[in-house]
Structures are given as C-alpha cells and as structure tokens.
Design a protein around this ligand. Structure first.
Ligand SMILES: [Zn+2]
Ligand SMILES: [Zn+2]
Ligand SMILES: [Zn+2]
Ligand SMILES: [Zn+2]
Ligand SMILES: [Zn+2]
Ligand SMILES: [Zn+2]
Ligand SMILES: [Zn+2]
Ligand SMILES: [Zn+2]
Length: 355
C-alpha cells in the first residue's frame, strides 16, 4: 500500500511532551492516552510506561512532514530518526561549547562568522601542548565547511573531523605529525563523519553537558564519547617515534581518488624515467621537475639543458603525498588506494598483477 500523507493539523495533536516534535517515532509511550512520549526521547526518564502499539500500527501507513522548518520532505514511519539526523535543515545547538544559540545547520557558517570567528581556521596546524581540554575549529575544503574537534589529555590526543553537509561525509582526512628538530613525521588517516550535535559535543567531552538529548551527556555516561572519536594516538608513542617533545600536527581532508590516466596525474611523471615522482622532487634552474633518482644521475635538465639544482619542488611533493591513486591493476580487480609512494610499494607485490 502507498503511504498516506498526514497534515500539519493532525500532527499538532500528537506532539511529544518532552521534545515537542511529532510523536511518530517508535516506541511511542503514554501513561494516560493523552500525553505521549516519542522514541527520540526514549533515554530520558519519565512516567510514560505504556507503549501504544495500536497508534504505532496505524502510523506505519503514514508519511510525516519533516519537523525542521524549510525542509519539504515527507518521511515514512521508521525513517524519521535517520532523516532528522541527515536533514540539511536540522536545528542544532551551537557546537562551540559555551554559546546557547540554536540554529539551522545551514546557517552554521554565518553564525561562526558573526560569533566565533576565532574558531575558523585556515592552516589547521596545531601544536601538541600537554594541556587538558577539548577544542573546536571550523575549516573549509572545496568550499565545504568541516568541523574539527580535538581533545588532548596527559596520555592521548583524540581528533574528529565532521562534515556539516551530507555530501562531505565519508571522505578521508589525514593527520600529519611533524617534529621540526628531528625532521621526522608520521601520517595517519581516518574518515570524516557527518556532524551531529547530539553526539559531537565539547561539553560532553568535558563531562559537563546537561543536555538530555546528547548521546554522551552526563546523564548517560555508559558509553564513552572518546572511544567514539575517529582518531586517537598515544602521546608517548608519538614523542618517542619522532624523537622530540615538540610536535606539530596538520589536519586536512584528502581529495577524491584519481585514476592513473588523468592529465592531472600526468604532471607528476618524471620527464626522464616517466615514473610517478614522490618523496624528494628536484628542479632545474628554469623550474622543470625531475625525480630524485634521475636528478642524481644527470647534470643538466633533459628538457632545457640548464643545470640541475638542489632546489626542491615542495608543492609537487605535497601533491604526490596527498594524492589518492587507484592501484595500476585496478582493471584486474585490485581495490587498493594510496598516495604515490604507497601505490609504488603496493604494486611491487600486488596480487592482482599476476591475474
Ligand atoms: Zn520526544
Ligand atoms: Zn528534513
Ligand atoms: Zn554559537
Ligand atoms: Zn553534550
Ligand atoms: Zn626519473
Ligand atoms: Zn629544465
Ligand atoms: Zn618555499
Ligand atoms: Zn594492486
């Protein structure tokens, strides 16, 4: 049977006593058949012991208007929670931690521009500082806004990157730790998660949150919010591996996967040996790039005959390092993805090559 649409007028009669949204999220419970509590509020203690199965059965034939202003979607019974989690008009509590404002998620950039400009970060570079606390930053990648939460205590550092819009969801982000005194660095990857103010909350991280709807608020501390952060690393491991107490880190979103034959990738080919350049990339006096091996072997640039120099092409090196390439044996079924170096290493032993 097709779903039946339900009007706003009917919805008005079925509001949850706790959250004031329509009640059509299972389990719908009541104490007197007059006041109802919705399934969104199931974790909040209240005196509504009886599940209203008849109403739920009836509701399963209906579609409901989205409760957020500006959204014209109608959502079938059973999908309401998921829609409200992803809705581009969802109303959030300001994630800055101290601000009490509530606004539609699509206003978040404007709000930060006006009230939390110091949270908007361009370089996204930080220093491990042995302090205790959780912080929030907003940054942009391809004009899409992202939120980053980082939490540091004496032992570990936790990092989460969250996309404001659903289309920025699920891309990888990279954390690169650098120690300038020893020139060592470490790189890690994790995935971006769609931002949800009820799960990604600075106050919850500090265990000072009293918002009943937050998954990790002080009311329900059964699940530990830190365990749920996308990236965690031990600080002792970091400082030992990098041989330095002074460690900086850069957080960035990784680009989309690139196919080998794209002209963009062609720019990384060494003009001499045609390998994809990675690691140290050198240039001639004019600026032609050349791979390290070839630069060791040659005296003059093969393209312009000018002398080769010790000058590095840091921009190209950065691209080679952050590029996400598909394995050269993709057609044979290999699904490996990595930067130029990782692909080179992988392809030496790629099982699909023999197929
Ligand atoms: Zn409710
Ligand atoms: Zn919606
Ligand atoms: Zn705010
Ligand atoms: Zn909270
Ligand atoms: Zn070369
Ligand atoms: Zn040249
Ligand atoms: Zn420079
Ligand atoms: Zn492969």
């Amino acid at each position: 049977m097709d779903h039946i649409y339900i009007t706003q007028a009917v919805i008005e009669h079925f509001k949850c006593v706790l959250c004031d949204k329509h009640v059509f999220v299972s389990p719908i419970t009541t104490k007197d058949d007059r006041s109802f509590k919705c399934g969104r509020c199931v974790c909040i203690k209240s005196d509504h012991p009886i599940q209203v199965h008849a109403l739920e059965k009836l509701a399963s034939y209906f579609k409901f208007p989205c409760c957020f202003e500006g959204c014209d979607e109608t959502i079938p019974w059973g999908n309401v929670i998921e829609h409200e989690r992803l809705c581009n008009y969802r109303v959030i509590n300001c994630p800055s931690g101290h601000c009490k404002d509530r606004y539609s998620i699509n206003k978040i950039v404007t709000h930060f521009d006006q009230k939390h400009k110091n949270y908007i970060s361009s370089a996204n570079q930080y220093r491990l500082n042995n302090s205790f606390g959780a912080h929030l930053r907003m940054f942009f990648y391809n004009q899409e806004p992202y939120l980053m939460i980082f939490y540091e205590n004496k032992v570990r550092i936790y990092i989460g990157v969250y996309s404001v819009n659903a289309k920025g969801d699920n891309v990888p982000f990279q954390v690169q730790f650098n120690a300038s005194s020893t020139n060592k660095s470490l790189i890690f990857r994790s995935n971006v998660v769609l931002f949800n103010d009820q799960e990604h909350c600075l106050n919850c991280l500090h265990h000072i949150c009293n918002n009943n709807y937050h998954k990790y608020s002080s009311v329900d501390r059964n699940c530990d919010i830190k365990k749920n952060m996308p990236f965690v690393i031990d600080k002792t491991y970091l400082t030992m591996t990098l041989d330095s107490e002074i460690v900086c880190y850069i957080v960035k979103i990784m680009g989309e996967m690139k196919d080998r034959d794209q002209t963009f990738v062609k720019n990384l080919e060494c003009p001499v040996c045609q390998c994809l350049m990675s690691g140290s990339i050198f240039s001639c006096r004019v600026g032609h790039a050349i791979c390290e091996d070839c630069s060791d072997r040659l005296k003059a640039c093969p393209l312009c005959a000018e002398p080769l120099t010790n000058m590095r092409c840091f921009a190209l090196e950065g691209i080679a390092e952050s590029l996400r390439l598909l394995c050269i044996n993709k057609e044979k079924g290999c699904e490996f993805v990595g930067n130029v170096d990782q692909c080179k290493n992988h392809e030496k032993t790629c099982a699909a090559a023999k197929r």
